[in-house]
Design a protein around this ligand. Structure first.
Ligand SMILES: [Zn+2]
Length: 293
């Protein structure tokens, strides 16, 4: 851990950056790795304006270093980061910069912080950061308003690979099987069915054994649900027939996976996604009166 934070200082120092908060008298400063060749010497007497303009870079440097150490394995899930005061002192940055970096890491789902004292308090590297990836992707998808066709294409990429990987190991998918049974209830409302459908596809992605694919599917979920639900509304009275079709397709996909047939699973899930999109897309166009045929 000490190696890590000495390295952070080098990163920040090599860019000639200043301590974010302008410095605290009496704080121990680590020496520059470059011997001051950057031309900037940290001092407790730096002009306030210089400290202000360089403030964002100090915490970005902390982030970059932590990211690099996560990638290299120097930092591993479950590790506890040193306390805010210790970090600030070791890195030669202000405590507010450390707090800023930790807030960003927490929002990204990489670190969780616990208040209080004792061994359970402080900032920890999250053991399963999939939720963070899912959250970031969900926000990106929401804010960018990606075209539905692109969402469908990305979904195909993930799901065709996912079911094929699951079938290669003849995965037994208990949660998906339970969802399949639940979806067989004809008393379900359209939205109830579609919520289970979304869970079913995430369970399939989980069965691929690839955590990134699973997190990506989870992140895509609200975008998928949006086009799937609005498509279902456009189907009107044809929904019941569509529900039966979807259920039959789900059953066949599950059978291909448990039967260890990757190619069939891939073909079936591809058709399941494409056919539904095509049918509901046509229905939506008709509903909006853009279809002139
Ligand atoms: Zn489905």
């Amino acid at each position: 851990m000490l190696v890590l934070y000495a390295a952070v200082v080098r990163v920040v120092g090599s860019e000639g950056e200043l301590p974010a908060d302008g410095g605290h008298p009496g704080t121990l400063r680590p020496p520059f790795a470059d011997g001051g060749r950057s031309g900037v010497v940290w001092s407790d007497h730096m002009p306030a304006v210089a400290a202000t303009t360089s403030a964002p870079r100090a915490w970005e440097g902390v982030l970059r270093r932590i990211e690099a150490d996560l990638l290299s394995g120097t930092l591993v899930p479950g590790d506890r980061l040193p306390g805010e005061r210790e970090l600030a002192s070791t890195l030669g940055v202000g405590r507010s910069s450390v707090r800023e970096a930790l807030r960003v890491l927490e929002a990204m789902g990489l670190v969780r912080t616990a208040v209080g004292s004792g061994p359970s308090a402080g900032a920890f590297v999250v053991a399963a950061p999939g939720a963070g990836l899912a959250q970031l992707l969900r926000l990106q998808v929401a804010s960018r308003a990606f075209p539905v066709a692109d969402v469908v294409a990305y979904r195909l990429l993930l799901e065709e690979w996912g079911v094929s990987a699951a079938a290669e190991r003849s995965a037994v998918i208990d949660d998906a099987a339970q969802l399949l049974i639940a979806m067989d209830d004809t008393a379900l409302s359209r939205n109830e069915f579609l919520a289970l459908d979304a869970q079913f596809h995430i369970a399939l992605a989980r069965a691929s054994g690839n955590a990134v694919v699973e997190a990506s599917m989870a992140g895509l979920r609200s975008a998928v649900e949006e086009y799937v639900t609005s498509g279902a509304e456009a189907l009107g009275s044809h929904w019941d027939a569509m529900r039966d079709t979807l259920h039959a397709e789900h059953t066949a996909i599950m059978a291909a996976i448990s039967g260890g047939n990757p190619e069939l699973a891939r073909t079936l899930v591809g058709a399941h996604i494409i056919d539904y999109h095509a049918a509901t897309d046509t229905a939506s166009r008709n509903e909006k009166g853009t279809h002139r045929g």
